[in-house]
Design a protein around this ligand. Sequence first.
Ligand SMILES: [Zn+2]
Length: 538
Amino acid sequence: MRLALVCAGASLAQGADVVIFNARVTTLDPARPAAEAVAIAGERILAVGGEELVRAHGAGARLIDAGGRRVVPGLVDSHIHAIRGGLSFASEARFEGARTIEEAMARVRAAAARTPPDAWILVGGGWTPEQFAEGRRPNAAEFEAAAPGRRLYAQLFYRAAYVSPAGLAALGLDAQAPPPGLAFERGETGAPSGWIVGGVDAVAGLWDRLPRPGAEAARASLRAFFSELNAHGVTAVIDPGGHNLAPQDYAPLHALRAAGEMSVRVAYFMSAPEAGREAAFFTRLAQERGGRSDDPWLRWLGFGERVTFGMYNVEAPTAQDVADFERVARLAARHDLAVTVHWNSQRNLGALLGAMESLARDHDLARLRWSVAHLHDASPSAIARLHGLGLGWLSQNALHFAAPAFLRGLSAAQRAAAPPLASALAMGARVGAGTDATRVMTYHPFVALQWMLDGRTVEGAATRAAEELLPREQALRLWTQGSAWFAFAEREWGALAPGRFADLAILSEDYFEVPVARVGAIRAWLTMAGGRVVHASP
Ligand SMILES: [Zn+2]
């Protein structure tokens, strides 16, 4: 990459520190939708325009020749478990984009080679057997050949986990006496296959048995994961909390912020850590913190995505579950806090909406910017009900990996509209885009963007009707401004305009010009967050 470093000194008033030129800039700013250059002063955008910016500011600025590449606002993943995923990232072999088991096992071998012999090798989800040509999970022989004798744990969604023999010994797990809710899968001979299967909570509980990294290792791992997100053009995330993320697990993130080492802006929710004590936990949290924070790099938004255990992954919540949820949600509203709720299906959405309707009689939910995440099988009318209550919708590309599981039992017409992205936008609903990485989905944003455009599963099957596919600019808007609104950041993130943060990505290939089937392979050629280059291709 060619970077002309003309002057590294302090900028003059009105002078730019950096000018990106020779670019195809998509600003998403109606005042100037397209441009050729961006001038940056400090952490913010000074001007957006043409090559005249080089003449005006080039003498005192670092010039970055974009080589005719597309520049877009930094991407914002509005529902990614980035904190949890970041804490384990350095210990992980990730299967992102691997098309065969052999390719996946090569990543396990690489992780084994770069880590000490007694360290755990983790595969923390974000993959599906359907992505492999073999169409199945790796087996014990394959894992053992890739990492002989090593402690290895590989999780598949929240339904199964493989634990190597050395891993079983280290965790004290015995196939004759599995932990509650879990079963050791057995092969034809009756011997354990190494895969342990169970429900969501039981599999999440298995992960909780793994050792946590120390403070320094955790901070380094988070930093590495944020760099990885930068390499895909992501400059901000909203983290919903969830499984395997206890209140103390946020300490490395705060240490990273205190050290000035954030390269991704993080807005986050915190989840109730213990069933039956949700109201007590959140009451104390609200009192201690006294409302949302507005730090530009690390802001707490409120309660989510597990507000109460009785309304989290529960098929049929009782009246008491609904009442308990409403009590905690009212607490959030009184403290002006945001709430995001994990809700899988519209089948039982009535329970949640009942509580929200009660709340909406006393509070303006639109002003509080609350959201419901997932709802992969939502009908347009379900989204209309959310929107009518002032609730936003956070949509992710879960159907890319797991369409059969989510679409089972739906009619052809319902399948065609799932999820109803275009309908939601047509009705003016607030929609944020994201991945739900790193357990259930890959964190690659352009895989999710491609899915918004073509509605295809990882095997290539189209499940969504053409009417619910989005044009490219619309999808990009959801991945920037749409998501930013949920972090109360739509005036600072998500568009390239004077005064906004200089958060942007210069793309490896032109998002607007490549065939749709290639969108998922796009990476960032260079990424800037707060005016700082946080990723540059070699
Ligand atoms: Zn969730």
